[in-house]
Design a protein around this ligand. Sequence first.
Ligand code: DHE
Length: 560
Amino acid sequence: MIRPKKTLLAGLIASASLLGAASVHAEAPAMTDAEKETAKQIYFERCAGCHGVLRKGATGKNLEPHWAKTDASGAKTEGGTLQLGTKRLENIIAYGTEGGMVNYDDILTEQEINLMARYIQQTPDVPPEFSLQDMKDSWKLIVPVSERPKKQLNKVNLKNVFAITLRDAGKLALVDGDNHKIWKILDTGYAVHISRLSASGRYVYTVGRDGLTTIIDMWFEEPTTVATVRLGSDARSVDVSKFKGYEDKYLIGGTYWPPQYSIMDGETLEPIKIVSTRGQTVDGEYHPEPRVASIVASLQKPEWVVNVKETGQILLVDYTDLKNLKTTTIESAKFLHDGGWDASGRYFMVAANASNKVAAVDTKTGKLAALVDTAKIPHPGRGANFVHKQFGPVWATGHLGDEVVSLISTASDKSEHAKFKQHNWKVVQELKMPGAGNLFVKTHPKSKHFWADAPMNPEREVAESVYVFNLDDLSKPPTRLNVAKDSGLPESKAIRRAVQPEYNEAGDEVWISLWGGKTDQSAIVIYDDKTLKLKRVITDPAVVTPTGKFNVYNTMHDVY
Ligand code: DHE
C-alpha cells in the first residue's frame, strides 16, 4: 500500500472523464456531485492501486459497500464499507491497520479523510473502456523512423545512463552515470512506473500511471521523445520483444484499467492489438477486473510473460503471429505483482503478493516450476540473484508485511550446482531486516553486497535508510546507511523515503532515490559499493520525488 505526497495532483489524469461518471448510493452518507468528483480522483491516485477500481480488493481489502466475508458455517465474519460506517472508516484511513494499510493522516486533510470515508460507502464508479480506436486516436508519432538519426549523434556512454522517474512532476530524468550530471529531463505520463530499454539500448520506453507511454530516442544530440500513445487510464508495465529476429519489433503494455494488454509497433508505438484479461481466477470464479501487473520479454522464446494480478493466471503471449495469437495460460496463485529472472534467465520469479507466495515460471517448458511459500506480502521489484555459499544460486525477495528477506534456491544446469538441487524452490534462508516495509532489493555479479530498502516502514529512521548485507557472511546484521542524513539536505516534516537501490554499469556504485514530499528537495544519493562510503549527492530543484531508477546496461541485460 503506497502513499507519499501531500497535495492533490493537478492534471494527473489526461482527462477526468477517463475515470467515468460519479453515481450516488442511496444508503450511503450524502455527497454532492463536486465532492464525489474530488473523491473519485483521490481514490484513483491513492487507493485503486491496492484495492482495485471496482474495489474488489487485491493487496488491499475489498471495499464494496455490501461485501461480506463468511466462515465455513456461512456466518458473516466481516462486512462491507456500509457496515463499517464513516467513523470507523475515517480511523482506518487516518491511522492505517495492522493488516498493512498505511496511515494517511499526514497526506490527506481531515476533510479529505472524511470525504473518502463517505465515498467508499457509495457504489464504485466504473470507468469507461478503452478500445483500439481510442488508442489509435491518442497515438502521436512525433518523429517518424526515417527522420531519426542513423547513428548516435552524442558522445554520452549510453550504457551507463540512468532513467529516473520524477514521480509527481510527470517527468523522467536521464542522468549520465559516468559524470553524475543530469543529461535531460523529459515530459512523460504521470508517475512513470517503470522504464524499459529497447534491445538495441537506444530507446527508453516509459509508462505512466495514467497510461501514457513514451519512447525516447537517445541517439539524437539530446534525448528526444519520438512517439507517445495512451494505453488506458491506469497502467504499470511495458516491455519490448527481445527474441532474436524480433528485437524491438513490438512493444507490449499492460493496464490496470481497463484490464487488458496492448501490442504496439516497437519503434513508432502505432497500436496493433488489444487483448482483454477478464476471466476466471485460479479458484474458478469470474473476475471483472484482472489487472495486468508485471510483464517481461522471455529470453527463451518469442514470448512475453504477462502476469495477471487478480486471476493468478500467467500468460505466455507468443508474438510471432499477432493475427492468430497463441497464448499459454499457466495457473499460479492470486494477486500476481512484480518479479524478475533467476540467474539462468529461464525461470521468471513473480510474487503472488497477497497470497504470500512466489511463482517460478519455467519459460522453456511453458509450465509452472513451483509455488514457493514466503513470509507476508513478498515484494521483490525484480529481485536479486547471487550464489549462496551453502545453498548455491538463490533469488531474493523482500517483504512489505514482514521483517525478512527470503532467499529462494533456483535451479541451474551448471554441473557445479548439481549438489544444490535438493534445495531448489525452497526458502533456504531468511535475512533479518529492522522491520517490514521493504520494496526493493539489489545486488550485482561483481559485488559482495546485497542492498535492501524499507521505504514503507512507519519509523522515520528505518524508512530513510537502506540496509546492506555482506554476502560473505550473511549471519551478520546489515550495515545501516542513513540516506536522508547522508544527503546533507535539511530535515523535512515529511519522511523522505530511501527507495530502490540500483547499480551502475560497472557494478561499483549504488544509487538510491531519496523520495521527499512534492515541495521538499529530494535527491539521488550515490554510494561506493565497496567501501559503503557516500560518493555523490545529485540534487537540483528539478529532482522532484525521484522513485524508480533504471540503469541502461543492467536493465537491458537483466542484471540484478
Ligand atoms: Fe510499483 C514495479 C504495481 C506502488 C515504484 N509496481 C511495479 C510493477 C507493478 C507495480 C505491477 C512491476 C512492473 C513490471 O515489472 O512490469 N506499484 C504497483 C502497485 O499496484 C502499487 C502497489 C500501488 C499503486 O497504486 O500503484 C505500486 N510502486 C508503487 C509505489 O508507491 C512506488 C514506490 C512509487 C510510485 O511510482 O508510485 C512504486 N514499482 C515501483 C518501481 C518499480 C515498480 C520503482 C520497478 C522496480 C524495479 O526495480 O524493477
